[in-house]
Design a protein around this ligand. Sequence first.
Ligand SMILES: O=C(O)CCC(=O)C(=O)O
Ligand SMILES: [Fe+2]
Length: 313
Amino acid sequence: MKSMTQPKLPVIDLSVKNLNPSSSSWITKCDEVISALEEHGCFIAMYDGVSQELHDAIFLASGDLFDLPIEVKVLNTSDTPSHGYVGQEPIVPLYEGLGIENATTAEGAERFTKLMWPSGNESFCKNALMFSKAVAELDQIVMRMVAKSYGIEERYELLRRSTTYLLRFIKYLRPQGNDQNLGLVPHTDKSFMSILHQQHVKGLEIKTKDGQWIEVDPSPPSFIVMAGDACMAWSNGRIEAPCHRVMMQGNEDRLSLGLFTFIRDLKIEIPQELVDEGHPLQFEAFDNYKYIHYYYTDEGKRSKCPIRSYCGI
Ligand SMILES: O=C(O)CCC(=O)C(=O)O
Ligand SMILES: [Fe+2]
């Protein structure tokens, strides 16, 4: 259902040049971030950590990556479902994606680059690593604000040390003239946090709690910061992972990038500070990667709210 008055997502300026954790405006920003996440599960961040030059370079790199032969792209495999190459799926025929695991480390970026370009592609590797690190910085700014607002900085520090980053390159073909304009089916992310960045072609839509789809305007330098299912459980349901989808229109293909955080080798416990009379404990401690595997079982796929089916109380 689309309403006459389009609801809008909150826009928050998180440009590093304006942020100083010891200033009073920092506290105001923390409030803005936590209200946006509790209200919508996501917001639009204005962020200067990725220069226009890096923005251009990473989307050029993405184009080169998708231009590789399919036999090469399928070499991007992973032990975790949907973290490697995904394409030519009958339910989402317009969608294609590749993923770099441990994308904020030189090893992660080099391993992926070598797989795709055995004879080397230094600029791809450099730009993928630079982009991942810059966006990971935004994730940590946001998470520090969340932790500050909830008074759980030390607990977040533990999570932070176990955070891994997956960079996904995503391409959607323009509608192919057969009424099929679904780019990506409605879903919530299995990540802890997701940060999405799009080029000029729009298509991402986010569902509000009252069921309206909001189109996300791709004007740079904005990033969509979105909570995943793991964050929803960790926050004891205070932050809900929003449902979103991609709808394609027009006659241009669409490129987007997602930096997804996952907690590895640490059972995520719900902080006791987030449990009180108004918020009884809603989730058991859980493992982020085991949850992803659960999601791809028949039971997980059928569930209306897989994170609750997996570890809800
Ligand atoms: O392409 C986009 O904007 C969204 C991608 C997405 O939702 C995902 O990969 O989980
Ligand atoms: Fe998503």
